[in-house]
Design a protein around this ligand. Sequence first.
Ligand code: ASP
Length: 514
Amino acid sequence: MTATSPLESIPPKASHLGIYLLLGAIVLGVLVGAFFGKRMWLASGGPTAALEKLAEIRKQKEAQIQKDGQEDKQTEAERLQAQLPKIDAEMDRLMGLAKEADALEKAKANGFPRAAFKLITFAGDLFLRSLKLLVIPLVVTSMICGVTSLGDIRKAGRLGTWTMIYFLATTLLAVAIGLVLCVTIRPGTYADDTFAHVTKTTAAKADDSILETMLEVVRGPEKPNNPAEGMIPENIFRAAAEMNVMGLIIFALVFGAALTTLGEKGKPAIRFFEAANEAIMKMVHLIMLFAPVGIFGLLAANIAKRGGGSEFQVELARLAWYAAAVLIGLVIQTALLMLLYWLFTRKSPFTFTANMMKAIVTAASTSSSSATLPVTMECVEVNNKISNRVAGFVVPLGATVNMNGTALYEAVAAVFIAQTLGIELSLPQLIVVMLTATLAAIGAAGIPEAGLVTMTMVLTAVGLPVEGIGTILAIDWFLDRARTTVNIYGDAIGAGILDLHLKEEVTDSAPTPA
Ligand code: ASP
């Protein structure tokens, strides 16, 4: 069994040209999205879709006003009534934009922006699909290789214990930072729930208790029973088909541990998974050659989908303080993770971070820890030279369990929602937020906006209306990118710290090469 990275044959340096190309792709993607995005949005029916959403928000408001009136909640009904003119003004503005789009259509000026939008979306989708394609085989092979290369099951247990301690400690730290910031900045006093949009997901989750939500994370929803869902899926192939990464991780962990107990008999199977893992990592390397085009496409298309820079400004202005609190928190958490890395390893956290650039950029453009996993693995193993036995275990597990950015955002969002509704959370309630935000981050899948769904758990725990999520929905696509980068960065730092501290112990106990 080999103790080294399966990628040794690939030149380890991240070429400067590659990094410049990536940075160029980000800048170009943001610029195209910001300045040409609105044209693409107008040409692709953006204003009409935005108008439809706003009309739905207005309908939801009217229904709530009526309900409050019937239940004698006069003050609340009046508060909501006062929001209607603001919604109407926004509808007028969007109608103006829809007319502008019609005029452009009549003047036959929409052909190029529409085609450009389609092509940009295509480039981004292709990149995202290629990464997702590798997630399942990568999770299975790297987890099995990680566990089998640890050799002795007790050593695997020790690595597992330290990994969990690291995950939990950094997640709690992130939540604490989020809470302190939110309580001091008080972003909720600068915003309200005028444009809150209640979606099907939030409405459906409104009645779930914390216990139910937690049980669902482990087992999957009670009804309809889906054999692919939960940590213990009934059918491992369906779990793979439906991208249930957590279910696969648990299966691969136990399967790998079982293989190590088979002695000689298990070795051909272990060698098979090692070769498969090496091949998948080479495929990741291949895909990354196209990363500049893919990342450009993802960024430009996503900004364009929301109306470009000017529409984003409108949305951001409504939630500026909330966004600032989340972003400041993420920066502080990143700085603390860097400090932690330096304290434990005495190595430069800046070099480590520069080596992670590809993964950071991919996380920011995909909003998905799972889709970024292949790139994170490449940066951790190849660029930062973390052993496959630690990286293969810590990184895939971290991609679904360890979400520092999501935990921080869950805490900020919960307190922010309370503040917009004029509710002051007491100290015991803040502690409940801290605990449930940690659980919500652990339970969130590594996919875009998964944190929004598990957030219901935090809100119900402190008695806040789940519909409050609607308030932060508009800019979640943006904050999701920021928190996902911190999510994957936390996994990488964890692998860096644990590698150095467990390497010798693990090397001593690992079986000698076959
Ligand atoms: N998009 C995040 C991730 O994949 C999860 C979330 O916070 O929504 O890490």
